[in-house]
Write a protein that binds this ligand. Structure first.
Ligand code: R7I
Ligand code: MG
Ligand code: MG
Length: 318
């Protein structure tokens, strides 16, 4: 906050990024795993007076955000420290709906196995290509000097749990997208073509390039369920991060609509809505998130304070 208590633009955007992630996660959580979600079900969830509880997506996003906030003046991501912090968060609140592969990694890390070994044990020894590294990565954008740097830091933060290349590339794509969203000017229309071009330039893997081409073709009229049928909507990185990017590109100036689009697509609703919410509200700022959602969100005030701390952090050079 500034001295006059008016949030600075950087604070408003940082708050948007973290609160957008948390509120998307919490709104999407009850629908995780559904084939699709109809409008009436979503309206009931939106109008309920119940508290919005977040899941593992936000719990680990906050761990990474605190990790970055603590490391002012140091290398932005320290893998050994981060692996322990993530694992301890799982042990503190294991009921938040963690993926099986991540649970296995955390158990081993807490038992003393180095993360480089622990992260390779699951899935027949090649490690996870789940979306667990992408779902937590958005705060990296707040300390990055540019989109390539965001992707590099994202891969460093991902490798401690996701040894498979696709798990890491998913995180790199989401972090790069978050950086671009955060640094875009909400007063001017988003240049979607330039946005996708920059993502494609940073994430070079051919599988991801073809997903970005599909996203480009789906922008416009495609319904959430059709988009999910083309891009996937499950808990793997390659079949979830592109759909979140599409939700953002459909509604870059309306976080609530981007979150609704992601949830209506079904599948991994908490995670895809969380990633879409982080991107959209990083561009617009937190004031564009419906205040009645934030009023119901668990720990919203603490999340906002953490965002303020990160907003004052200058980009890391490493
Ligand atoms: O990546 P991860 O932490 O999962 C995050 C998801 C989000 O939806 C959260 O909301 C939470 O519900 O979990 O956990 P992993 O178990 O490593 O990966 C997620 C899922 O991706 C796995 O449960 C598998 O279904 C799938 N998956 C794989 N399937 C086959 N082979 C990930 N890696 C593989 C693989 O190598
Ligand atoms: Mg979850
Ligand atoms: Mg999920």
């Amino acid at each position: 906050m500034t001295t006059s208590d008016t949030p600075s633009p950087a604070s408003t955007k940082a708050r948007g990024l973290l609160l957008g992630a948390a509120v998307g996660d919490a709104l999407g959580a009850p629908f995780e795993g559904r084939h699709s979600v109809d409008g009436a079900q979503l309206v009931r969830q939106e109008r309920s007076a119940e508290a919005l509880r977040y899941t593992d997506d936000t719990a680990l996003t906050l761990v990474l955000a605190r990790h970055l906030a603590e490391r002012r003046g140091m290398v932005a991501v320290d893998e050994d420290t981060l692996a322990g912090q993530l694992a301890r968060e799982w042990r503190r609140e294991p009921w938040r709906g963690y993926g099986a592969g991540s649970r296995e990694v955390f158990e081993r890390v807490l038992a003393g196995t180095p993360w480089a070994e622990a992260s390779k044990v699951s899935f027949a020894g090649h490690g996870s290509y789940g979306n667990g590294a992408a779902m937590r990565v958005a705060p990296i954008a707040l300390v990055s000097a540019g989109p390539t740097h965001a992707a590099e830091l994202a891969r460093k933060s991902a490798v401690v749990t996701h040894a498979h290349r696709h798990g890491q590339e998913g995180a790199a794509l989401q972090a790069c997208a978050a950086f671009l969203a955060l640094s875009s000017d909400p007063a001017s229309p988003l240049n979607r073509e330039a946005f996708l071009g920059r993502l494609g330039h940073t994430i070079e893997h051919t599988e991801w390039q073809s997903r970005l081409d599909q996203v480009r073709r789906l922008i416009g009229t495609s319904s959430p369920t059709f988009a999910a049928s083309q891009l996937g909507n499950d808990a793997t990185a390659v079949a979830s991060v592109p759909l979140a990017v599409l939700a953002f590109l459909q509604y870059p100036d309306r976080p609530a609509e981007a979150i609704r689009y992601a949830i209506r697509a079904g599948g991994d609703t908490d995670t895809i809505a969380s990633m879409a919410g982080a991107l959209t509200a990083a561009r617009t700022g937190a004031q564009a998130i419906p205040p009645e959602w934030l009023a119901r969100l668990e720990s919203a005030s603490d999340i906002g304070d953490l965002a303020d701390t990160l907003a004052t952090r200058t980009p890391s050079s490493r």
